[in-house]
Design a protein around this ligand. Structure first.
Ligand code: GLA
Length: 372
């Protein structure tokens, strides 16, 4: 959980913006809610030098954007109780054509460790025909294992080359399963809907990633595309939590509407996202062809989650059959149900649980199995 610079700032990042964002993570209460990683994305490095910006073979911070260098920034971020993330690519250049790490993996891992980096996003630009895509991720994994620092390793190859089948073997802590999100409901839907089927490949220590959050971007920033309503942002956040995604905020948190902040701080949804068993949701109802779903997920400590999701543009009445989740009629048990949106108990349910939803609306319940 944290924040990443790309969705709002794109190439317009700077020491000032990042330090202000560190302050805002703390003052908004987002850090207390769990958002502790502050991650720089592409364009943080120097552009001038051999090989698109290396100086004596080493990566350097962009001198105008980050005049005091990366260690200075890391110290500031750490002084706020936060963690520091950085970005590179597994090819020869990044997607914005800055220096990347192919054939420099061990040097770069050393630089990151010397700067006290805690997290690396590792992209997929700058590859040449004949490159072994998965080997490039193994190379950085081994390089990171040689440095005296624990650095989370977030793979970002956009779901290509059947990434779900091999990525866990690289020691990656997360893997992007799709291309880039924009601040638009159709984008949120297409990032997640097709890719939900890959969630059984994720698990403890290696989460599936539908890309960074656009909650609260309100039509502004580097991936602006019309914006969403708060109902849509809520659905976006709920789906990401239900599928145990990394929660990386992309909005400008220095000026955020309270309603958007409230969505991001929903403690009950965050608890589902962070559940230590990281089990995949499965369908117990809905109508896939219409984009209407009832997804059930087993959580730790005898807790369960049920998401009613209406991705369609029509009003929906969605039924989830708790018998398909194992709650047999003769079990003598039922579910004690709690609404994660209103934070209220809503009584007991067994058998078929039906919910009405407006277009793009969702609802997530948590449940506990109790004797009748
Ligand atoms: C790719 C990634 C994005 C972002 C940009 C930066 O498109 O998928 O998340 O990191 O590169 O250039």
């Amino acid at each position: 959980m944290g924040w990443n610079s790309w969705n709002t700032f794109g190439k317009d990042i700077s020491e000032e913006v990042i330090m202000q964002t560190a302050d805002a993570l703390v003052s908004t209460g987002l850090a207390d809610a769990g958002y502790t990683y502050l991650n720089l994305d592409d364009t943080w490095s120097n552009r001038k030098g051999e090989d698109r910006g290396r100086i004596n073979g080493k990566l350097e911070a962009h001198p105008e954007k980050f005049p005091h260098g990366m260690k200075y920034l890391a110290d500031y971020i750490h002084s706020k109780g936060l963690k520091f993330g950085i970005y590179s690519s597994s090819g020869r250049w990044t997607c914005m054509d800055f220096a990347a790490s192919f054939d420099h993996e061990f040097d770069d891992a050393n630089s990151f460790a010397n700067w006290d980096v805690d997290y690396l996003k590792y992209d997929f630009c700058g590859l040449k025909d004949g490159d072994e895509e998965n080997m490039n991720y193994h190379r950085m994994s081994l390089a990171l294992s040689t440095v005296p620092r624990d650095i989370a390793f977030a793979a970002c190859n956009w779901g290509s080359h059947n990434v779900q089948e091999w990525i866990r073997g690289t020691r990656a802590t997360a893997f992007r399963i799709c291309g880039d999100i924009t601040d638009n409901f159709q984008s949120i839907r297409s990032q997640s809907e097709w890719h939900m089927q890959f969630s059984p490949y994720a698990g403890v220590g290696c989460n599936i990633d539908f890309d960074m959050l656009v909650v609260g971007m309100d039509g502004k920033g580097n991936v602006a595309n019309g914006g969403c309503t708060d109902t849509e942002y809520m659905t976006h956040f709920a789906v990401w939590c239900m599928f145990a995604n990394p929660l990386l905020i992309g909005a400008d948190i220095r000026n955020m509407r309270p309603e958007a902040l409230e969505i991001l701080k929903n403690r009950d949804l965050i608890a589902i996202d962070q559940d230590i068993e990281c089990r995949n949701p499965f369908l117990i109802g809905g109508d896939k062809d219409k984009g209407q779903y009832a997804y059930f997920r087993v959580l730790s400590d005898n807790r369960y989650a049920l998401m009613f999701l209406n991705y369609s543009d029509e009003n929906a009445e969605i039924s989830g059959d708790l018998r398909l989740a194992g709650l047999a009629e003769n079990s003598g048990y039922e579910m004690d149900v709690y609404d994660t949106y209103s934070h209220e108990s809503v009584g007991r349910r067994s058998g078929i649980f039906t919910h009405k939803l407006a277009p793009h609306e969702s609802r997530v319940y948590t449940m506990k199995l109790i004797r009748k």
